[in-house]
Structures are given as C-alpha cells and as structure tokens.
Design a protein around this ligand. Structure first.
Ligand code: PLP
Length: 429
C-alpha cells in the first residue's frame, strides 16, 4: 500500500505547481517523493504516516532551540488570545526592535517585514536610494531570496534546479547585478575598478549557507569592507541564516566588522514568518514615513510573529551558553563524518561552523560555488535517501546547510553518526 505522503503529493501536484510551496521541498534533486509532516517537537519531525525523524533542517534555520519550544509556544498562545492582526502599532514591535538593536551593534534602527526575501529587496532599494547608484554586487552561489535582482548566479534551490537565471527576470534588471567569486577578493576588485562610481552596495552571506556551507577565508570579509569604503559603496550582510545562529549577534558578533546594513529572518520569527532589515540610523531614516524610500506591509510586525520572535530572542539572551554547546555538537558530527569518509575512502569534504554543517561529495576543499558544484549530487541523493531511511531528515539538496538545534543530545548525535556510516556505505554500492 502506498504511503499517505505519496498520496498527498499526488493530490498536491494537481493544484500546487510541482506539489510544493517552495521548490527544494519537492526532493527533485535527491529523488523520491517528499514527506508530508504532521507535527514537530524538540529534535523530531513526525510524518503523516507516523514515522519520526531527527530534524536537521530546523525549518531551514529558525529552530535554534528545536521544534515547538515551550517558551515560544506559550508566547504565541498568549498573543493569540489577544487577537492576531491589528494593522496598527503594537507594543511587541517596540520590544523586538529594542531587542534586535541591543543585540546587534551595527543596527541602530530596524524595520520588520514578513520574509528574508522582503528584507533583502528593501535593503538594496534603500542602498540605491542612499548612494544614488544603481548597481549591486553579489557573490556567485549566495542566495538572497527570490527578488529579481538576486536571481543571478544564485545558490540554494535555484542551484539545485540548475536555473540560475530565472525566466521572468528582465535583462535590464540583470544588468544591474554584478557577480563576484566568493573568497576571491581580486574578482571583487576587478568589478569595482570597472565600475568605480556605479556600485550602490555589496551584499553577501558572510558565512554562506546556500551553496552548502562555505566559510570565509581570513581577511576576505575585511577586504570586502575596505573595497566598499574605497569606492563609497554600502556593505550589506545578509544574515537571514547566520543572524542569531552563529552568535547572539550573528556572524558580525564573531568579528569586529560592522556592515552598513544587515538583513535578518528565520530565527527572529521563531518559526513564524518574519524578516527584518536594519543598520545605521542615518541610512534607515530614509525609509517611509521618516523618509522618501517606500516600503510597507499589511502584516508587518504581526503580533503572533513578533511574540514568537521576542520569545526566541529572550531565550537566546537567557541561554548564551547555547552557542558553545551547539558548536561542540557540530564539531562532534564533523569529526565523526570526516573519520567515516577516511575509513571508507570516500571523496568527501565537510564544512562546519557552529551549528551549520555540510558534507560535500567532492575531493576538493569547498571555498566557493565552483568548488561546491564539483560535488557528486547523485551520491548525495543516495546518502540523503538512506539517512531518511535511518530516521534522519537532512535538507534535500547538496547545496544547503544542515542546521543543528539545542534539542539534539548526545544520543541523537550518535544516531546521526550511525546512520551516516550506513548511508556512506550505500554510496559505495
Ligand atoms: N537570505 C538568505 C541568506 C537566505 O538563506 C534566505 C532563505 O533561505 C533568504 C535570504 C530568503 O528568505 P525567505 O525564504 O524568508 O524569503
């Protein structure tokens, strides 16, 4: 008898393009049929057929403390009892903005939106208005949501589907997005030299999650900031993934580098739809109604979303030890899988920082998108399917980061490592 997931997917494909509401969920690049999830708690996802999986996707990042954490659940229940959308200011919006400003030093003012995509779109509009320049520079394989300007050499689901330039993005939009090679300052310098007065901003994931996990080489981000200063361009950190995941002040908290603007999402919504962009007050004051740059949202600052986000940020403040604990788990997993690769003589390369992690099926150190693309995606598919079989739910693509949560304990890490050994052996058959 077929599974309920398979039958739901068949029905979904009749009424939803590709059967899913976000492409990478469809399992296209790993094969098989997607699971429909019924519920999630702590370290586990449960599908509609009743099977449980250790959750290493964490809703693509938000679930730092695991699924349905009681503090967040209670905050949302409490908010729900008071109504769930006002279209007028509410006190939680002030509280969450104050919290973000206090936690991320480069952010003096912040605007809430409903997704990471909205945040990045608004941030580049603002950068263009502030600098009175049109072009932006992004890095190949970085994903900044599905705004037209960013679907140029983009990572994540776009990389998985092999359609980096989406039809529907106009040639005139694409010409204002220049792309550099991640971890290669000279490629960025060349673009600046060729367009010295045209670049409004450089936007990047300071640690990249969307070509699989890729970590900046020493001096790379500092070099970008220096070039931005030299040419009068803004530096935008897209910390939708890394914000509050790598530290309580994001990637920037691990360094002394303060960007002009930062985009946030995922964790700041605690699992509800929220994004945000913020930065220097002088720049942010150009946003309407304080200034002329238009940006708005019917549901922006939604009371349920802000209550979930605020509960999440409070949890982080109350548990600063969470990052060390997550890093230890990340390291244990990375070391365990590296050892398995070497014992089984499999070409593989593991990148890990804190609770972000990717196993690439390649014999190359992965430092940029071209390196990532040398991975054997068919092997990843075999590995993914066997991990699922063994009760471990990974992001269904080679070009994504796994997200560890504080709900994982040593027994879970053991389970993941045992499953990984079996899955790696499968790739040899
Ligand atoms: N920026 C980064 C770095 C992301 O990882 C994502 C989503 O994965 C986005 C922006 C877009 O966020 P959203 O999916 O909430 O629109």
């Amino acid at each position: 008898m077929g599974s309920l997931s398979a039958s739901y997917f068949e029905r979904a494909q009749e009424v939803i393009p590709g059967g899913v509401n976000s492409p990478v969920r469809a399992f296209k690049s790993v094969g098989g049929s997607p699971l429909f999830i019924q519920s999630a708690k702590g370290a586990y996802l449960k599908d509609v057929d009743g099977k449980e999986y250790i959750d290493l996707i964490g809703s693509w990042g938000p679930m730092l403390f695991g699924q349905a954490h009681p503090s967040i659940e209670n905050a949302v229940r409490d908010a729900l009892s008071k109504g769930f959308s006002f279209g007028a200011p509410s006190y939680n919006e002030v509280l969450i903005a104050e919290k973000i400003v206090s936690m991320i030093p480069s952010i003096e003012k912040v605007r809430l939106v409903n997704s990471g995509t909205e945040a990045t779109m608004a941030a580049i509009r603002l950068a263009r208005a502030y600098t009175k320049r049109d072009k932006i520079i992004k890095f190949e394989g970085c994903y900044h949501g599905h705004g037209d300007s960013f679907l140029i050499a983009a990572g994540s689901g776009v990389a998985t589907l092999g359609t980096p330039d989406s039809p529907g993005v106009t040639v005139s939009t694409a010409k204002d997005t220049l792309t550099a090679v991640y971890n290669d300052l000279s490629s960025l310098r060349n673009l600046f030299e060729a367009n010295p007065t045209d670049i409004s901003a450089v936007i990047l994931e300071p640690v990249v999650g969307n070509m699989g996990l890729v970590i900046p080489e020493p001096g790379f981000i500092e070099g970008i900031q220096q070039l931005c200063k030299t040419y009068g361009s803004l530096l935008i950190f897209d910390e939708v993934m890394t914000g509050f995941r790598l530290s309580s002040s994001g990637y920037q908290g691990l360094t002394n580098i303060q960007p002009d603007l930062t985009t946030l999402g995922k964790i700041i919504g605690g699992g509800l739809p929220v994004g945000a962009y913020g930065g220097k007050a002088e720049i942010m004051n150009m946003i309407a109604p304080a200034g002329p740059v238009y940006q708005a949202g019917t549901l922006s600052g939604n009371p349920l979303a802000t209550s979930a986000g605020l509960a999440m940020l409070n949890l982080i403040s109350e548990h600063p030890e969470v990052y060390d604990a997550l890093n230890q788990k990340g390291k244990a997993l990375a070391e365990g899988i590296r050892q398995q690769l070497s014992e089984l003589q499999i070409d593989g390369f593991v990148n890990q920082i804190g609770s972000m992690f990717t196993l690439f099926f390649t014999n190359k150190a992965v430092k940029n998108f071209s390196d990532a693309k040398t991975s054997d995606t068919a092997k990843f598919g075999i590995y993914f399917r066997e991990m699922l079989n063994q009760g471990v739910y990974l992001p269904p693509s080679q070009f994504e980061s796994w997200f560890l949560s504080a709900a994982l304990d040593e027994a879970h890490i053991d389970h993941i490592l045992k499953a990984s050994r079996i899955a790696l052996e499968k790739t040899l058959m």
